[in-house]
Design a protein around this ligand. Sequence first.
Ligand code: ADP
Length: 595
Amino acid sequence: MNPNPQTLQAASWPTNPFADPFPVEKAGWGMGKKEILIAFRFLVFLAVLVLLFFKDKVGEPFFSPKMLTLLTLYFLSIAGMPALKAATVENNSLLSAIFLADTLFVSVGIYLGGVTDVNLFLIFFTTIFISALSQDVKSVFAIAIVSCSLYAFLQMKATGQAFTSDTEVLVRFPFLFVAASLSGYLAMETKKQKEAHHRLMGMNQILAKQADTSSQKLVETNRKLKALLEYHHCVLASIKTGIMVVRKDGKVRTFNSGARQITGIVEAEVAEKSLEELPESLRMVGDALRRTLEEGKSFVQDHLELKTVRMELIPVTLETSLLRGGNGEVIGAIATFKDMTLLRQMETQLLRSERFVALGEMAAGVAHEIKNPLNAIMGFSKRLSNKLEDPALKKYADIIASEVARIDGIVNEVLDYSRPDQIHPESADINQIMAETIQFLNEKWESAGLTLEQSLSPLLPTVPLDIPKIRQVALNLILNAVQATPTGGKIVIKTRLIEGLVPEAVGGKGEGALFQQLFLQQKMISVSITDTGCGITKENLGKLFHPFFTTKITGTGLGLSICQKIIAAHKGTLDVESELGKGSTFTFYLPLGEE
Ligand code: ADP
């Protein structure tokens, strides 16, 4: 599995993907309809003015009050136009009224100026072209009709005849309509194009909006997907159970950190590998997955042992099942495997302690029965020794007495071991107990030629302890250390206050290690006795706390079992670390209890 789940990249949409790539610039140097209309009308005004001015030059009076009023009114109608709103200019009725007024102005101006004899025909074209601004062919034609009528009226006034037969004049009328048709048609086309452009722009905007929303949704979905993948990754990484997922083609898709912790194999070693290519230590898991894929069945295998890359055998429970997709089709297979070491250890411990309880009860019964005859033998052998004169025979009687005393000692230890774990705690200073024990044994290591090093922490609080029993533990552990260490060796006794879990370095793989794992965050006192003695073999390390296990000729093998029982009765643990030929460290931990 890829440790960094691939994330989908959001498509990099432009802000507006449908924006017009070739925007149409505003026609006429940025002039709108209103400005064009003003300009055209002003041109008409100027044209009429120039025409009349030249007529004036001829010598005839021109600027009559009527004419001036007309010109002023027309000029004002142009000057007032900038105040009009752009929307008002779009109103076709208003535009038609303006065009009509312009045509009338032209005609009346010519009429009042008396310039009908001048060829004014062309000036009507200007009004027709201007009317094309309305982009309405009907109004252009209406203006053409009005223009024709007024031109006819002016002709009539000029010639004094109701009808003219002058072909030069007659031919001008259809020209006006041709101009109206052409400009009207062009205006309509422009309007259509404009409308189409507007529609396109509108659609463009809608599509752009939709695209924006879609890209936002895509980014949001992407974000959610990423968060989901991260969550999924965290869940897989936090599970202590080993999880291995293969796809339908048998290639490894997921190998979580739980699986790594159990097997010691890292994800990169197996990712995308087929079941045949898996490392030896995963062969068993691979086989189970293959069977599941082939037979479509789930398998549960208990009491399996998985060999790790560290060549350790880890007891596991393996389960495999088919992995199905959302629509129920098989997309692969999944294997989960749990490390059962702790459970198996507990099972063994429980079994052993049950056996020991039975053994202890039996031993206690036997010891009790032995005790009375032993006392009798002891008493009679002493009396015999007193009565005998022959020194050789007297010596035999003494040997009987001392051997019986030894048997009595063993019997006492058996009884001690089998007694209920009752303790009578009182507030005690562990440093004081240790110092007294060291003092008591002073002669022992001096005669054995050993050096003693003490490191008793001054920070230790008093703890509820059964003083004689803890003294018995200290005595036994120190005596064992003295017996295991050859002349010139060293014994180190340390007391410390520790907090939290028992540090891994102190914990051994011995019997005590199991109990040690049950210690959670709490304060405790640790007392360790380290020697530079012979050390203990790995094999013996496992049996050390078994009753009657001893490697000494005169040993009972009950010392450590009794020590462990006493420490357990104080809710503490006894642990051992040892290296063959280098020495051993026995440590007992005593919890501080409720503070
Ligand atoms: P005993 O002392 O009667 O043999 P114990 O239960 O005290 O009984 O000890 C059991 C065995 O553990 C010893 O026989 C010895 O082999 C081993 N042992 C205990 N303490 C040490 C030590 N400090 N160094 C090496 N071996 C030890």
